[in-house]
Design a binder for this molecule. Structure first.
Ligand SMILES: NC(=O)c1ccc[n+]([C@@H]2O[C@H](COP(=O)([O-])OP(=O)(O)OC[C@H]3O[C@@H](n4cnc5c(N)ncnc54)[C@H](O)[C@@H]3O)[C@@H](O)[C@H]2O)c1
Length: 266
């Protein structure tokens, strides 16, 4: 059996009604995991897609960034499928991209509640039930690694997610449970729909993703591949890491982009 197989595993995915969470839930189910979907929008459509493909699934409409919500999705995994092996703490909200130097405590707190405290509550609820070989994956962002990819509260919350997986991986040393994060670049999802819609409306779709060396935006399925890898035994020695899937965006210092195929000095 491939080490990428998730047969017999049970996964929870938050933010599974849309985008990256939907793609990761679909892929992990396709690789054999039973999946619990949690989202504050009803994730029934994602559940239908997984069920139609022959997967085992439960769907919960709840706020994942509350203690009760986190306890509920962990309990559903245990009661519905008897165990919990994989936690993809992915639910998140962004907000405006340009830096807002007037943002207040309310907005700042709400981004942190959903993007950072939510993953922590999920981890805290899941930990007592995770056995050696289990895997925690949080969705961070390139915005948590560098400036320029998100607003101030969003970027700070995602930098917190980077620290969260590093500190959790070390706090649970010896447990055999791994904790990692994925840091997506620009991915076409519900979150980025306004940007894509606006570019298309202006006939500028070809400008999307031009800052990275692959010169394109990414698809949710390209992040799901990384999540499913980290969930699997194929990633058995990958721990406490944040792995970017961003077309190479964070590999580069800021320079003026050259035309495709252009050489230095040309
Ligand atoms: N799309 C990108 O370019 C991009 C880049 C980097 C990181 N991310 C991160 O990826 C993750 C998934 O976002 P996406 O791009 O798929 O966007 P999306 O809007 O398509 O999906 C996010 C999902 O999270 C859910 N959600 C938000 N708050 C919630 C809460 N409190 N409880 C339960 N569910 C909640 C939403 O209802 C939605 O279904 C987020 O953490 C986001 O910050 C996205």
């Amino acid at each position: 059996m491939s080490t990428l197989s998730l047969a017999g595993r049970v996964a929870v995915v938050t933010g599974a009604a849309s985008g990256i969470g939907r793609a990761s839930a679909r892929l992990m189910a396709a690789r054999g995991a039973a999946v619990v979907l949690a989202d504050r929008q009803d994730p029934a459509e994602t559940a239908d897609i997984i069920r139609a493909a022959g997967g085992q699934v439960r769907a919960l409409a709840l706020d994942a960034a509350t203690e009760d919500g986190a306890d509920a999705f962990v309990r559903t995994a245990l009661d519905g499928f008897g165990r919990l092996d994989i936690l993809h703490a992915n639910a998140g909200v962004s907000g405006p991209l340009p830096p807002d130097l007037t943002v207040g405590a309310g907005d700042f707190s709400e981004k942190h509640r959903i993007n950072l405290i939510g993953p922590w509550l999920a981890i805290r609820s899941a930990l007592p039930h995770l056995k050696p070989g289990a895997s925690i994956i949080c969705t961070a962002s390139v915005a948590g690694l560098r400036a320029g990819a998100g607003g101030i509260p969003y970027s700070a919350s995602k930098a917190g997610v980077v620290s969260l997986v590093q500190t959790v991986a070390n706090a649970i040393a010896g447990s055999g449970v791994r904790a990692n994060a994925v840091a997506p670049g620009l991915i076409e999802t519900g979150m980025t729909a306004p940007l894509y819609d606006d570019a298309r409306a202006r006939g500028r779709e070809d400008r999307i993703g031009q800052l990275n060396p692959l010169r394109r935006g990414g698809e949710p399925e390209e992040i799901a591949e990384l999540v499913a890898f980290l969930a699997s035994d194929a990633a058995s020695y990958v721990n406490g890491q944040v792995i970017a899937a961003d077309g190479g965006l964070t590999s580069c210092l800021p320079v003026a982009p050259r035309p495709a195929g252009g050489r230095p000095g040309t």
